[in-house]
Design a protein around this ligand. Structure first.
Ligand code: FE2
Ligand code: FE2
Length: 496
């Protein structure tokens, strides 16, 4: 059954609301009445073949002819927005989906607070707004490129399916940003849309815009850490952009957040199931010391200290994505009303921050000092702090698994300044515990804090495909539940 069979018919009405339903009869599925805007439709139809070429060239390597049990959005309401069925990835119906408009919505923050939300680009902020959309848009295809070789070493069909689901949805997120560029930014928007297909993750001459999106995702532990920690940066950025006074951006990001939740789930449960397999194998072998690394690795599972080092690596890279803690650009994005804070509506302040301050940790005379900085200039620092808090929940759940197994080990987040390349801590060597150390001490000790060469060799040795229906690699426990209430031994990918 191809996806077309399941989706060319209009999905059953959920609300009878034309904004909620997605029109799959158009060449580009959408809930924005695309067919009434000929010029826009033509521009997007012109971009579409280039997108397909990019997908075929840079999307998942192999498996493009396989039937994958994927979800496709058929509406944007929180309940029942997805339809599941077998799809060949190149036939996935990437579409343009915006959350429904909120009647009478006003700009939530900044100097225009309370004014009607913009339905068109505010001229004075045009280039800043375009930059925000381009930077967000650039991360979407970048992660697909980073993950393109993982199918070959998938630890199960279930995991392979989740990888491909994340990949097609990142592709859809690219569509979401391209829609905004093409519809609202005329010729330079079209040029930016094209450039989004031309940059390449990790390529010297034309790299992706942000650092973490040029790193490799060479193995499944990296993928799970990436979807837990780096997709969570995406969640925070989308949440802040969902507070934008530019209403189309807000609506786009609100729907993207519902998809992002699955990516975070893949990361959290991926690491969690790895921890579970490790604890179960240790228990069975009568090993209680988590630092008895050789004995643990001999069981074909990942030792917990390695997972901590891997987490440290991905956490510090992801924190860099928030940019400099103190930033005049971020101040302007907030003051102009283009980007809010995380949970802006729930915050109990004036949402303008003219006189407010915020505590920023800085390095002054080689010491860590907490300073009160104007809140407007500390917007990035605040979003980073919210991110760090948001990271903790899943880590606590991983720790519960370890605790239940009676193993004396806990995952912790390293100090905010650990291994940073951007912002206040860049250029300083700071231990996970938060001590400033010498460059020599860093050179000596960082291999105990970040994934080292022997870790990577060991991880590579585990990355053997497990593509048999219902089977899972030794190093990862099966999930408790399947996708869409299917059994865990369902044929999630029919490998062609
Ligand atoms: Fe995304
Ligand atoms: Fe994502």
């Amino acid at each position: 059954m191809s996806q077309d069979d399941t989706l060319t018919e209009a999905p059953e009405s959920v609300h009878g609301d034309t904004f909620v339903e997605v029109n799959y009869a158009d060449s580009i599925p959408n809930n924005v009445d695309l067919s009434s805007d000929r010029q826009l439709l033509r521009a997007l139809e012109g971009w579409h073949p280039n997108y397909r070429n990019w997908w075929n060239e840079m999307g998942p390597d192999g498996f493009q002819a396989s039937d994958v049990y994927l979800r496709t959005a058929v509406g944007v309401d929180p309940e029942g927005w997805a339809k599941f069925g077998y799809v060949k990835m190149p036939d996935y119906r990437w579409g343009i989906l915006l959350a429904p408009p909120v009647a009478g919505r006003t700009i939530p923050a900044g100097r225009h607070k309370g004014e009607p939300a913009w339905q068109d680009v505010p001229g004075e902020y045009r280039s800043l707004l375009r930059r925000l959309i381009v930077v967000q848009g650039d991360t979407e295809p970048a992660s697909v490129e980073q993950q393109r070789f993982l199918g070959a070493t998938a630890p199960s069909l279930y995991d392979m399916r989740n990888l491909f689901q994340v990949n097609v949805e990142e592709g859809r997120h690219l569509w979401a940003m391209v829609y905004l560029l093409v519809k609202y930014f005329g010729r330079d928007g079209r040029e930016e849309a094209q450039a989004l297909l031309e940059r390449r993750s990790g390529e010297q001459d034309n790299p992706r815009i942000l650092g973490a999106f040029n790193e490799e995702t060479p193995d499944w532990l990296s993928f799970f850490m990436f979807t837990y920690f780096t997709d969570r940066d995406g969640k925070m950025q989308l949440a802040a952009l969902a507070e934008s006074g530019f209403d189309p951006l807000s609506r786009t990001c609100r729907f993207m957040l519902t998809e992002e939740a699955h990516h975070l789930f893949v990361g959290e449960t991926g690491v969690g199931r790895t921890v579970e397999a490790t604890c179960a194998a240790m228990k069975k072998a009568g090993i209680s010391n988590p630092y008895d690394v050789e004995a643990v690795r001999a069981l074909g599972v990942v030792d917990l200290p390695l997972l901590q080092r891997k987490a440290n690596f991905h956490i510090s890279l992801s924190r860099d994505l928030f940019g400099s803690e103190i930033s005049s650009n971020a101040a302007e994005a907030f003051s102009s009303g283009l980007k809010g804070r995380f949970n802006e509506a729930q915050l109990k302040d004036d949402h303008e921050l003219q006189d407010a301050t915020y505590t920023v940790t800085r390095v002054i005379n080689n010491e860590l000092v907490d300073e009160e900085i104007p809140a407007l200039r500390s917007i990035n620092c605040r979003l980073l702090d919210d991110y760090i808090a948001d990271c903790q929940g899943g880590m606590d759940r991983w720790n519960k698994v370890i605790e239940r197994a009676g193993i004396d080990f806990r995952f912790t987040q390293p100090h905010k300044g650990f291994n940073r390349r951007i912002g206040e801590f860049a250029g300083h060597a700071i231990s996970p515990a938060g001590t400033i150390i010498s460059a020599d001490a860093w050179a000596e000790q960082s291999k105990d804090w970040l994934q080292n060469d022997s870790d990577l060799v060991f991880i590579r040795s585990l990355m053997k495909p497990c593509h048999v229906q219902g089977q899972y690699a030794t190093w990862i426990a099966p999930p408790r539940l399947g996708i869409n209430r299917q059994p865990v031994d369902y044929e999630y990918v029919k490998i062609a």
